[in-house]
Design a protein around this ligand. Structure first.
Ligand SMILES: Nc1ncnc2c1ncn2[C@@H]1O[C@H](COP(=O)(O)OP(=O)(O)O)[C@@H](O)[C@H]1O
Ligand SMILES: CC(C)(COP(=O)(O)O)[C@@H](O)C(=O)NCCC(=O)O
Length: 312
């Protein structure tokens, strides 16, 4: 039983990697090595063993949960005498910068789309709802990118509410990591998927008083977790990898970093980590972990060590 429940049965069940991996049962591996390589994030060492042990049980759980949510929705429709299409199922994925949320999200997108019950899976990342740099500059928030106030929270909530309400076609802005800004005029169109995955730092954040939060519309939520020290190392390793690759693109906002010495660049990355990303993790992101339906806890080699599932 988890600490702090003082004799009250804990709402969480914690499973070791071995216990969790057995829950795969007969879920087939529908992904090839080549496909996995296309899905993994920069510097993420994920392999097919990880997919089999961790993501196939998760895909099975989500497929079962999807069926349960659909059945419950059908009961209400029958009672109301409505004959409408069921609303999209919404899955939230939260966690720190550099923890590997996007690999988890892209992988689940691919795995979930291979089930016959829900072939249409869309993925939206919340960076689409960051204010453009121009607005962040005006508000003195350029060093707060990723903090709750750097997002157009209401636009994000409106978007998720519209998807849940079955709006057939919704456009969202597009964020470029390369340009470090919202791309003017670019749009991603979401067309009534069976499942929508919403991935981002702050998706489990509570709403301000009397407002709705994005997670009020979630059917399931996942928090990707690891020790702060490990995430810092991953952030720094990825930064150095990007410095050797993406940052030398003439369009990269961080091109100036390729002209600094290794030591100066390291100093820059350490400061960004400490002053922005770690602070945001500690102050805003980690406190939302308890609200996630499922926590995937990674060890320092990025592999998932244990899984915590909320029963209720
Ligand atoms: N400066 C950058 N240039 C290009 N790609 C980046 C940059 N920063 C992050 N990325 C990529 O953007 C994606 C999201 O990164 P991030 O928000 O840190 O979340 P996570 O590491 O949890 O997926 C990752 O695939 C990452 O590799
Ligand atoms: C774009 C991000 C805020 C992540 O956005 P998300 O999709 O999780 O909402 C983050 O990757 C970022 O760029 N943070 C700013 C500090 C840094 O450059 O690392």
């Amino acid at each position: 039983m988890a600490n702090g429940w003082d004799g009250v049965p804990s709402p969480y069940v914690e499973l070791s990697r071995e216990q969790w991996s057995r829950l795969r049962e007969n879920t087939p591996l529908t992904l090839t090595q080549q496909e996995l390589e296309e899905l993994r994030g920069v510097d993420d060492p994920i392999d097919l063993t990880e997919v089999t042990d961790i993501y196939l049980p998760l895909s099975r759980l989500l497929n079962l949960h999807f069926a349960g949510v659909r059945a419950r929705g059908a009961t209400v429709s029958e009672f109301l005498g409505e004959r409408s299409d069921p609303p999209p199922y919404i899955l939230g994925i939260a966690g720190s910068v550099a923890v590997g949320k996007s690999t988890t999200a892209r992988l689940l997108r691919a795995l979930l789309a291979r089930w016959p019950e829900h072939p249409r899976v869309e993925l939206v990342t919340t960076d689409s709802f960051l204010y453009p740099n121009k607005i962040l500059q005006e508000r003195g928030l350029m060093h707060r990118k990723g903090f709750p106030e750097s997002y157009d929270r209401r636009a994000l909530v409106r978007f998720v509410a519209a998807v849940k309400a079955g709006v057939p076609e919704i456009d969202v802005p597009v964020y470029s990591h390369l340009e470090y800004d919202i791309v003017p005029g670019a749009r991603q169109t979401v067309r009534r998927p069976d499942i929508l995955i919403v991935e981002g730092l702050n998706v489990l954040q509570p709403a301000p008083p009397a407002a709705l939060a994005v997670n009020d519309f979630f059917d399931f939520s996942i928090y990707v977790d690891a020790r702060v020290e490990d995430i810092r190392e991953w952030y720094l390793a990825r930064f150095h990898k990007l410095r050797r690759t993406a940052f030398s693109d003439p369009k990269s906002y961080f091109r100036f970093l390729t002209e600094l010495s290794e030591a100066e660049a390291t100093e820059f990355a350490r400061n960004v980590w400490r002053d922005i990303n770690e602070r945001n993790l500690v102050e805003n992101i980690a406190p939302t972990r308890a609200r996630a339906q499922l926590v995937l806890r990674k060890g320092s080699d990025h592999s998932v060590r244990w899984v915590r599932l909320r029963r209720t």
